[in-house]
Write a protein that binds this ligand. Structure first.
Ligand code: FAD
Length: 470
């Protein structure tokens, strides 16, 4: 790898790191990107398995930012599909429309249960029993206790593995901002048009998956003079007098470890890992704050089935408490080009987990077996259809908004801001539950600040303009 003392370095070739590198390179700054894996795109990469393409969880392209939309179109040109969203909720062996539609929900729940939900909603509207600082309280006040228990509690606890009373309402506010039962009912009966973004009916999707965008984006950055080093992991940041002086870098598979002097660092590493990588160690209160920040991890069992049709949705939320699976993606419903053979179907069976739990540690053969058994339980498809499959694990992808997390982020942020030449950005880097458009914006803004075109506050991206779903 060529080393130049003047090159700012970006840690991570995900959306945030790449957007930062692109903005710098376009301004003539010779930037270098260090990426521990072998492909650009971070969580937005697309994997090819026997000619079938799989995302790491389906990745919609949907943004309120004109700047991001412009970038997507400029890079993808005509190769973006407008996909009509179809996604339902599987609960108690029934499929509920999502967004909830009155008649479908009514039919599935039955008259008695529906009346109980409505009564519960009005009771909560009058009494506001929930503590609005928590996810549970926020949802109860906006949807009623009964609907909270049916539609939110199980799925949310699957994602976060903590009881909803321990999750900050920030997550609800980000995920379903602007939505309540009142808004949903108004939408059903009056088609008000004031549809919150959570309910977006259409999204963009690159014909061969999000990885296509990031591969083209990578070529543009190379073309502007940016430089990528793959299989290159940053394991330490050496600092002195409020300046990062060098990075400790490990190359795989050679195992070579070396120090790289750096003038300026943009990091998209997970925030607590960045703190722990500091040499000498961060002060104890900062380390203590980093220990309080937790991530959920994610694994997906990707399978190819010998069946032409399994279900029409792009994805299905599995709220049913009888299976641990959280969601199922059906990639040819995102784009037919995701499947080499349209007589087959490729599914992503998704699990939210923790790095030391039984699912994470299970070997791939057993995991595929387990996921197929769960798929069979849902009645959607069965083992007999199975042709081939593989497992993808991604650690530290869901920042857990446990109560009080902002205080810990604040302690870390204040310490990092004492460094003249270090900026943290991106979803894991800011410990912010962001989508790829927000991550791209944090990269663009961080680079503009460096170029003196700011000030932009990367910590505020996606604080009040978003659509979000798990
Ligand atoms: C299951 C799932 C579904 C999602 N669906 C959508 C969706 O539909 N639409 C949407 O817009 N967004 C979606 N997102 C969110 C989107 O994936 C993220 O917002 C986006 O990828 C964040 O970009 P990033 O660059 O901040 O981080 P990442 O994508 O995580 O990239 C970080 C990169 O840094 C590298 N890295 C980390 N540490 C080091 C190190 N020490 N040394 C070198 N390299 C390092 C990593 O390998 C990675 O490549 C989804 C996320 C998940 C988990």
């Amino acid at each position: 790898m060529r080393e130049s003392p003047d090159q700012p370095v970006v840690i991570g070739a995900g959306p945030a790191g790449m957007a930062c590198a692109w903005t710098l390179a376009a301004a003539g700054v010779p930037v270098k990107i260090l990426e521990k894996e072998d492909l650009p795109g971070g969580l937005c990469r697309t994997l090819n398995f026997n000619g079938h393409l799989f995302d790491i969880g389906g990745h919609r392209f949907l943004s309120k930012s004109a700047e991001v939309n412009r970038l997507w179109h400029e890079v993808m040109q005509e190769d973006m599909l407008h996909v009509k969203r179809l996604s339902r909720i599987y609960f108690h062996k029934k499929f509920f429309d999502y967004p909830l539609s009155f008649f479908n929900t009514f039919r599935n729940l039955g008259l008695w249960e529906s009346l109980r939900c409505i009564a519960s909603y009005f009771r909560c509207l009058l009494t506001h029993p929930g503590d609005e600082r928590t996810f549970e309280g926020w949802i109860t006040n906006h949807f009623g206790r009964r609907l909270y228990e049916i539609f939110f509690k199980t799925y949310t606890e699957k994602v976060w593995a903590v009881v909803c009373g321990g999750i900050s309402a920030d997550w609800a506010a980000q995920r379903i901002r602007g939505l309540s039962l009142r808004v949903a009912l108004r939408e059903i009966f009056f088609k008000s048009g004031a549809r919150p973004k959570t309910l977006a009916e259409e999204f963009l999707y690159p014909r061969t998956g999000p990885g296509e965008f990031y591969q083209r984006f990578e070529r543009r950055i190379w073309g502007l003079g940016g430089e990528f080093a793959y299989h290159t992991r940053v394991s330490g940041l050496r600092h002195e007098k409020n300046k990062i002086t060098a990075l400790l870098v490990e190359e795989t598979p050679s195992g070579r470890i070396f120090e790289m002097p750096v003038p300026f660092v943009f990091s998209t590493m997970p925030l607590p890992l960045l703190v722990r990588a500091m040499i000498p160690q961060a002060p104890e209160p900062v380390l203590a704050a980093a220990r309080q920040l937790r991530f959920r991890s994610f694994l997906v069992v990707n399978v190819i089935l010998n069946r032409e049709h399994v279900f029409p949705d792009q994805w299905i939320y599995i709220q049913d408490p009888e299976v641990r699976m959280g969601r199922i993606q059906n990639y040819k419903n995102w784009s037919p080009a995701m499947t080499m053979d349209l007589r087959k179907t490729s599914l992503g069976l998704e699990y939210f987990c923790t790095q030391d739990d039984d699912l994470w540690r299970m070997n791939d053969v057993d995991l595929i077996d387990f996921a197929l058994m769960e798929l069979e339980k849902t009645g959607l498809a069965g083992r007999r259809d199975y042709v081939n499959g593989f497992v993808v694990r991604r650690a530290n992808v869901y920042p857990v908004y446990s109560l009080g997390y902002e205080k810990h982020v604040g302690v870390i942020r204040a310490w990092l801001e004492t460094f003249d030449n270090l900026k943290t950005l991106g979803r894991e880097g800011l410990f912010h539950y962001d989508n790829s458009d927000h991550a791209l914006l944090t990269g663009i803004y961080a680079a503009r600040n460096y170029l003196g075109e700011g000030p932009y506050n990367v910590w505020d991206v996606n604080v009040d303009e978003s659509y979000l779903e798990t």
